[in-house]
Design a protein around this ligand. Structure first.
Ligand SMILES: NC(=O)C1=CN([C@@H]2O[C@H](COP(=O)(O)OP(=O)(O)OC[C@H]3O[C@@H](n4cnc5c(N)ncnc54)[C@H](OP(=O)(O)O)[C@@H]3O)[C@@H](O)[C@H]2O)[C@@H](O)CC1
Ligand SMILES: Nc1ncnc2c1ncn2[C@@H]1O[C@H](COP(=O)(O)OP(=O)(O)O)[C@@H](O)[C@H]1O
Ligand SMILES: [K+]
Length: 480
């Protein structure tokens, strides 16, 4: 598990630490770690470090201070260092003095300094960043051809929301201090490879604000049968999805549930024939009223938003088992407030909206996706899984999991149906709904990587590779 803390919490923790450690010591610790990573990067890029050129982009605050101190440490190891001061009057005084002492130069020609660099350190702005890069910094960043190492976070990206509202640094790597911040998981694509330098503030940070599940944690939790299990004891997943018009959603959701766990899947709906044709192991009926007992329901994908769909939703919500409500089920719930009343509030529910579906029942997502998901979860009493490049999963009690995407291959039709089937299977196994959603998102993403292998893929292939994805996760957890 990786914890993630927002800017206010990091500042509060740093203030606590400053009571026992001088401020400058913390910065030097951070900068020393930063310089080490810069050295490694330089060595990998150019085969050596002596005589290589590093240019520092230095803003008005402590982020620039980190860069200046790192420049000082790099100079001591024979690297040529030049600093571009974006606000010369406000550059960190102690950092600037240290750089000068060790023979670092202050660039007179900013463009030339940027153009001649083997590596650029982005110390423009860090945790106090507001909005996109300002024009002078943006103009300079545009001219960078060398790899960029971001100090703490890529400048121009909002530290707490990951929003990129204009020009921003696209880093090859980021060295951050003390802990991960939301930007690193919500805008991972702008950060490049992320390295964490321990500066001794962990104890003061408290409980994380967001959590990223590791592959090993997901693999360890994935339900597998034990010696005394049979097909029923592992939890039976019910899928109420698909229609005559949209049979594919049912085929995909059922397939994902079948491949996710080894128990049993029941299907109820108008797509019983195509579902049975594709998945002979499923027990398929035409209606939710004829389905045998299940331990969870997935309702919504391809269901339709008419009267028939509404009736299916009503029955599923009244069944008293955990529900994953996706797609048309969300639209139906949003269209009529009274439909929420069909649900026993003590029965776990996972809602899986994309942004447009989210807006229908909880208002526009806005810039702060974590806050939006948290708000919607608290209001509905359900786990809210807000889809996107980074997927945010919020529980009604305020806990939040984030899955930072490694690629965008999952942006393909039907991939949401696969996710819904996965969540349904994990709910049926009895997993806590937040974890069921979080583990499903991670397996979905791993399946996306395996399915694509660097070329476009489709939802059917995602279903095919699910066992391989689960195997990958279990291997990470040490199961062989
Ligand atoms: N405290 C410590 O010991 C430690 C701190 N650490 C380091 O300190 C960093 C936080 O430093 P910080 O709080 O001084 O602010 P920082 O992020 O450098 O911003 C400075 C100024 O930039 C400006 N600005 C704002 N937005 C902008 C934009 N979009 N584009 C351009 N400029 C923009 C704005 O100035 P303004 O012009 O608005 O007055 C703002 O005041 C943290 O990320 C970590 O690196 C580590 O060393 C660990 C120990
Ligand atoms: N750009 C992207 N990067 C990573 N994942 C994405 C991206 N776009 C969509 N996804 C993922 O793909 C899935 C799409 O779900 P959804 O919108 O319901 O599609 P569908 O209705 O076609 O099944 C979600 O899990 C979402 O997080
Ligand atoms: K930065």
């Amino acid at each position: 598990m990786s914890g993630v803390w927002g800017a206010d919490r990091v500042r509060a923790a740093e203030d606590e630490v400053f009571k026992r450690v001088p401020e400058g010591a913390l910065m030097r610790r951070a900068a020393f770690g930063l310089a080490n990573h810069a050295m490694t990067m330089l060595a990998e890029l150019t085969g050596g470090v002596a005589g290589r050129r590093v240019t520092l982009l230095v803003g008005a605050g402590n982020n620039g201070g980190d860069a200046l101190w790192a420049g000082h440490f790099l100079r001591r190891r024979g690297v040529a260092v030049e600093a571009v001061l974006l606000s010369p009057d406000r550059a960190h005084p102690a950092g600037l003095a240290a750089l000068r002492r060790s023979g670092g130069r202050i660039a007179a020609d900013h463009l030339a300094a940027v153009r001649s660099a083997d590596l650029v350190l982005d110390g423009i702005v860090g945790l106090s960043a507001r909005g996109p890069l300002r024009p002078a910094a943006a103009g300079l960043v545009e001219q960078v051809e060398a790899p960029i190492l971001a100090v703490d976070l890529p400048s121009g990206v909002d530290p707490d929301t990951g929003v990129v509202a204009g020009p921003a640094v696209h880093a090859d790597a980021t060295v951050t201090f003390g802990c991960l911040k939301p930007v690193h998981v919500l805008a991972a694509g702008h950060c490049g490879e992320i390295h964490l330098v321990d500066i001794g503030i962990r104890a003061e940070l408290g409980e994380p604000e967001l959590v990223v599940l590791s592959d090993a944690e997901v693999g360890a939790r994935w339900p597998v049968p034990g010696p005394t299990d049979d097909k029923y004891t592992q939890g039976v997943t019910g899928i109420a999805a698909g229609s005559a018009v949209y049979p594919g959603a049912a085929v995909l959701a059922v397939g994902a549930a079948i491949r996710a766990t080894s128990g049993m899947v029941r299907y109820a709906g108008e797509a019983a024939d195509p579902v049975r044709d594709r998945w002979p192991e499923v027990v398929a009926t035409g209606s939710v009223t004829d389905t045998g007992r299940v331990q969870s329901w997935v309702v919504g994908p391809g269901l339709g938003t008419g009267k028939a769909g509404a009736e299916v939703l009503r029955r599923v919500l009244a069944a008293g088992v955990p529900v994953c409500a996706d797609a048309d089920a969300i639209t139906l719930l949003a269209a009529e407030e009274s439909r929420w009343d069909d649900r026993d509030p003590d029965t776990p529910m996972v809602l899986t909206p994309h942004d447009r579906e989210f807006a229908r029942f909880a208002g526009a997502v806005g810039a702060d996706r974590v806050a939006a998901a948290r708000r919607a979860a608290a209001r509905t009493g359900a786990v809210v899984l807000l889809k996107g490049h980074a997927t945010v999963v919020a529980a009604p009690d305020g806990r939040v999991l984030v899955n930072p995407a490694r690629s965008a291959w999952l942006a393909t039709a039907g991939s949401g149906d696969v996710l819904a089937g996965l969540i349904g299977a994990l709910l049926a196994s009895g997993l806590d709904p937040l974890l069921a959603a979080g583990c499903a998102v991670r397996a979905h993403e791993v399946a996306g990587q395996l399915a694509a292998r660097d070329a476009p893929t489709s939802a059917s292939v995602l279903v095919e590779v699910l066992p391989e994805a689960i195997r990958t996760l279990r291997l990470a957890a040490g199961f062989r």
